[in-house]
Design a protein around this ligand. Structure first.
Ligand SMILES: [Zn+2]
Length: 613
């Protein structure tokens, strides 16, 4: 017997010598034979899961069964498994023909409720899967390999290929989605699948046969985070059916539920079955773009007046300037893009952007924003510049419009709508002042700000604070409380002619509400000057910009200079008199809580690293 087997072995060796790739592995050696286990991916799956699994080492649990030619399971065979190399060593095999069955498991088999049975024959049930239909958490890889064992010189030798290739023994069901519109995709609030008529196998024999198909059951699976599931194979005699549900929630609150039925013809061992859903949604062709909060990651959004913005940009009036009654600038460019800039230390929630295009009777929605972050600078292409689109009018009608000429789109009148209380505050600023920034000869790139006269180089941190101050100031001048304090103190308001030069509350209000443009700078305090103002010039030293929220002296400086801007001299009550030093400075501080920028915490400028030290 022994001679014959050696001869057979040699013959096979010679035959296989013609084909190098099927090299014979007779992993020999002391203590049995060593076999390499290698797990393969699901059929029909393109991702390279195989590499990932190999990199992760071997299996968490291994089950081995060896039977002889008659199918009798041998209990005398010993084995051990090295997880690091995923190699299996068998001991105690005598000469003869065998079949080696191996089940490798990644994951926790106990969580799946799978029972492992002791075997006497290969056709018996080895693994019992639960009758309840549920996705499996662990991954099961199975192989069944013939082994011819010979013994030569006291050592066992086995003929098999170099590796034992294992395949997934369950089936994989995956769900994918194709959206016609990424905006619609981002409106998705829920996805699930409902499967009906699943009759799944529950019994796997050592020889790899599935049986024990259960009653047809239903299964509902959420597809929000996981979109692929492992299940035992489906009864080949039946089809299952399913419905993929997609639910969306439009920015305006409308919920839409879409159902996509499909037939599941098979779920075979080792095969991945993709179910692709092409989502057709009524909003696929909407004219409005949806800008989600997630779009404003640091990477993809630029901000105006950031600490590192070059002075050539922030002191260029054509690039950086705003009116306090219009801090959220929105326009359509001649390329048909929506361009928005927000001169605000505070963010704004949920904004609808509407455009009234020339020749059209009604404005239509062109953008929905979940949020408008502080100082954001964003640009988005509008579908109408590219193609026909379904427009939602201000009154809620849906109208189909042809593609528009971008140049024509650029002439649109834009209106902004938001329910955010902050938007209401900003909307109450009716008499806006225009603000831009100037260096007045200073050099912000120098550590000392490059003082020239009483000016030094303003930096973005100061520019941002000036936005806070002027939003608050121009908000203040239209409040009834402010009007009231002026009327109640009319007797202490006097002009450049001194205390007898009476100025009425109406006159002051008119001067404050007059439209003005200021070039804001940073005052160099080294010469004892803390503020500068007059005409279109306005400046304060650094500390006043940081403390206007709560420090009445800082406010006094601000209002003194505003008094100059309104045309008043040091002889009036508007500079070194009660208007600046008593009424306004105190009013500003005590009413800060009602103002648009009601706290220094939005800007946190006092801890900013770019302040002058
Ligand atoms: Zn002065």
């Amino acid at each position: 017997m022994s001679k014959i087997h050696v001869f057979v072995f040699l013959l096979i060796l010679v035959l296989s010598g013609c084909k190098e790739e099927t090299a014979m592995s007779s992993m020999t050696g002391y203590g049995g034979v060593k076999l390499q286990l290698r797990s393969m991916n699901y059929e029909g799956l393109s991702e390279d899961v195989e590499n990932a699994s190999r990199a992760g080492g071997g299996y968490d649990t291994l089950f081995v069964s060896v039977c002889d030619e008659s199918g009798l399971v041998l209990s005398s065979v010993k084995w051990n498994y090295d997880r690091n190399t995923s190699s299996l060593r068998l001991e105690g095999l005598h000469e003869g023909s065998y079949r080696l069955s191996v089940m490798g498991v990644r994951g926790d088999i106990s969580r799946d409720g799978v029972r492992v049975n002791s075997l006497s024959r290969a056709d018996e049930e080895w693994f019992s899967f639960p009758a309840k239909v549920a996705p499996l958490e662990a991954e099961y890889y199975y192989s069944s390999t013939p082994l011819e064992v010979t013994v030569s010189g006291g050592q066992e030798q086995v003929t098999t290929s170099e590796e034992i290739v294992q395949h997934p023994i369950c089936s994989r069901l995956s769900f994918g989605f194709a959206f016609a519109s990424t905006d619609v995709e981002r409106m998705v609030v829920g996805r699930k699948v409902q499967l009906q008529g699943l009759s799944l196998a529950s019994s796997l024999s050592a020889s790899g046969e599935w049986s024990g198909y259960g009653e047809a059951s239903d299964l509902e699976l959420a597809l929000d985070s996981v979109a692929a599931f492992r299940l035992p194979p489906l009864n080949p005699a039946v089809h299952a059916e399913g419905t993929v549900d997609v639910e969306t929630r439009h920015f305006l609150g409308v919920r839409t539920r879409l159902e996509y039925p499909f037939v599941l013809e098979s779920l075979k061992a080792g095969v991945s079955v993709p179910v692709m859903t092409k989502v057709v949604h009524p909003d696929d062709r909407q004219a409005a773009v949806y800008i989600a909060s997630a779009d404003f990651s640091e990477v993809h959004t630029s901000r105006i007046l950031a600490d590192d913005e070059p002075w050539q940009v922030y002191t260029d009036r054509s690039q950086r300037s705003f009116n306090t009654s219009n801090p959220l600038q929105a326009q359509i460019t001649s390329e048909g893009k929506l361009h928005m800039r927000f001169y605000s230390p505070r963010g704004l929630g949920k904004v609808t952007v509407r455009a009234l295009f020339p020749g059209k009777e009604e404005a239509v929605d062109v953008a929905y924003l979940d949020t408008v972050p502080p100082f954001v600078d964003l640009e988005r292409e509008l579908p109408l510049a590219e193609r026909s689109a379904l427009c939602r009018t201000a009154s809620g009608r849906l109208v189909e419009w042809e593609r528009m000429n971008p140049e024509e789109m650029a002439q649109a009148q834009i209106s902004l709508h938001s329910d955010d209380p902050y938007w209401e505050k900003l909307g109450a600023i009716r008499h806006g002042w225009t603000i831009y920034w100037g260096l007045y000869g200073g050099d912000p790139t120098r550590p000392d700000g490059g003082p020239v006269g009483n000016w030094m180089g303003i930096r973005p941190v100061h520019c941002r604070e000036s936005i806070a101050l002027f939003l608050n100031f121009t908000y203040m001048i239209d409040t009834p409380e402010h009007e009231q304090i002026l009327r109640e103190n009319e007797d202490i308001l006097y002009g450049n002619g001194g205390p007898t030069d009476r100025v009425t509350a109406d006159k002051v209000l008119a001067q404050m509400r007059q439209s003005r443009t200021l070039c804001v700078g940073l005052v160099y305090s080294g010469n004892g000057v803390l503020g500068l103002g007059g005409g279109s010039t306005f400046g304060a030293y650094q500390q006043a910009w940081l403390q206007h929220y709560w420090n009445t002296y800082s406010c006094e400086i601000m209002f003194h200079e505003l008094g100059h801007v309104m045309g008043y001299s040091h002889s009036s009550s508007f500079t070194y008199g009660p208007w600046a030093q008593q009424l306004m400075n105190n009013f500003y501080v005590t009413h800060l809580k009602d103002f648009p920028i009601d706290s220094p915490r939005y800007l946190e400028s006092s801890s900013n690293a770019t302040l002058y030290r």
